[in-house]
Design a protein around this ligand. Structure first.
Ligand code: SAM
Length: 471
């Protein structure tokens, strides 16, 4: 399908809440993902301006066969995009040529009416930026290929001004221009002002940097698998958290990564190759059908479960559809049903010691309720770990211990909306000998090890066990 028709289908899907722009762009199988994504985002950004111009030019009344979403994409391209100068637009070009003068005149009239001269200025008059648009650009340094010091030096040589490690969220909130910082909490995270675009940056292109929101770095950080261990990433694509896990493992040990979606897995394979990940086995599989008694997973002590969710906390969604945070009751029920099944299934892996459950949803049904039910179904076997005591936004107090969970939002943590719960086994399962359960694979070439102290997730703090107190 041509880019304009595909973009129109994606816009229609977003409007009817079938998914986010990103997921629908990937699902479209359109080859040039970057071109399609940019076209859809820009059309969406100018949506109400385009609606106004199309209506006052009478385009849809005159062209009865032209569907509204397609009209919007084509008019965007004509007035704000490349303008079909290179002959694009195919069979739509003659139609647009008929209306070109009128559409341009209506856009000019709108600018005069609003007292602005540039297209961009129409957007500023339209809407004041909300908290979601002020979330900084977080950049994780991929320690498989680089280190924070080298990345900092590179940016300094490019004329960026390095402000050191931030001491508070306020430092992040006031970041401007070509300045950048190290995050106050996560050691490998650089922070740039909100609108910084690094998609074309050579370090990103070479896999030295991963563009990943801070909240989405929490799951792997808090799972903290030591090098040599075996990890399951149950719902893994497109793989940002998998690449983070591989960095923590230093590529030593094994990640079994599962996902159902072949398209997302293909994108993930590219991402992992670019990030230099070599310890991951990717499989197109339903995690619910992965058998915990399969001998391949007998040493799996760590599971990351980041299942499909409503995405109601996603920044892109909040920017694309402000106020559209609430998914329908039926959708929530279906999602929470899957999340519950996946979590309870994960907790049956015999050597499991630690599990992180995360979503980018703001809905209690997908977060605290799922965690509470899983704990109730496994009484005395697993408990919640009270992680990151200084994190300001905690789980909703809907059951005792829910405050051990973390929440995140643009307003409270300057990140996307997110939820994380860390489970830890309260006792060693009887079917597995303690030695077998606790001994990770030795690093290649290294002598076999005994149980290790888990390293601190955050620099300058004691190992997680000590942060959390003796339990
Ligand atoms: N963890 C990923 C990351 O950081 O890039 C994002 C995961 S996304 C929130 C959820 C993923 O779960 C989707 O890619 C979806 O295809 C996958 N999924 C849904 N149901 C699944 C199932 N039964 N088994 C495995 N994967 C599933």
């Amino acid at each position: 399908m041509a880019v304009y028709a595909t973009a129109a289908a994606v816009l229609a899907g977003v409007e009817s809440r079938r998914g986010s722009i990103k997921s629908l762009v990937y699902a479209s199988s359109f080859q040039n993902v970057k071109q399609l994504y940019a076209l859809v985002c820009e059309t969406q950004r100018y949506s109400s301006v385009l609606d106004a111009v199309i209506a006052s030019a009478g385009l849809l009344r005159a062209e009865k066969k032209l569907r509204p979403h397609l009209a919007k994409v084509l008019v965007y391209e004509l007035l704000m995009g490349k303008g079909f100068k290179g002959g694009g637009g195919g069979r739509w070009k003659p139609l647009l040529d008929r209306h070109r003068a009128r559409l341009k005149a209506e856009l000019a009239r709108l600018k005069v009416h609003r007292g602005v001269s540039k297209n961009e200025d129409l957007l500023q008059v339209e809407s004041k930026p909300g908290p979601a648009s002020q979330v900084p650009r977080f950049v994780r340094v991929n320690t498989l290929k680089s280190c924070p010091d080298d990345a900092v030096d590179y940016f300094k040589r490019q004329g960026f001004s390095y402000q050191g490690r931030a001491s508070s969220l306020e430092d992040l909130r006031t970041l401007k221009g070509k300045c950048f910082l190290l995050d106050p909490l996560l050691p490998e995270l650089l922070v740039f002002p909100a609108q910084t675009d690094l998609h074309d940056h050579p370090l990103y292109q070479a896999g030295h940097l991963i563009l990943q929101d801070k909240a989405s770095c929490l799951p792997a950080t808090l799972l903290a698998p030591p090098p040599g261990s075996h990890v399951i990433d149950a719902c893994a694509a497109p793989g940002n958290k998998t690449s983070h896990l591989a960095a923590l493992l230093k590529n030593q040990g094994k990640i079994f990564a599962f996902d159902l979606d072949a398209g997302r897995l293909a994108a993930m394979a590219t991402l992992l190759a670019r990030a230099g990940v070599s310890c991951c086995e990717l499989a197109e599989r339903d995690f619910l059908a992965v058998s915990p008694s399969d001998q391949r997973y007998r040493q799996v002590q760590y599971i990351l479960l980041d299942p499909s969710c409503s995405g109601s906390g996603m920044l892109t969604r909040r920017l694309e559809e402000p106020g559209a945070d609430a998914p329908s009751k039926a959708r929530l029920q279906a999602l929470a049903g899957f999340q519950r099944r996946a979590l309870c299934h994960a907790l049956t892996f015999p050597s499991l010691q630690r599990l992180v459950y995360s979503t980018c949803s703001l809905c209690q049904e997908e977060n605290e309720d799922v965690v509470r039910d899983a704990l109730q179904q496994n009484p005395g076997t697993f408990r919640l770990v009270p992680v990151l005591p200084s994190w300001p936004h905690r789980g909703l107090s809907t059951f005792p211990g829910a405050e051990h969970c973390l929440r995140a939002s643009p307003e409270t943590t300057l990140t996307g909306g997110f939820f994380v719960a860390v489970f830890e086994r309260a006792e060693v399962p009887s079917s597995v000998s303690p030695a077998e359960a606790l001994a990770p694979d030795p690093a290649p070439g290294a002598a076999p090890r005994k149980k290790r102290r888990r390293r601190a997730a955050v620099p300058g703090t004691p190992p997680l066990e000590e942060q959390e107190g003796k339990r």
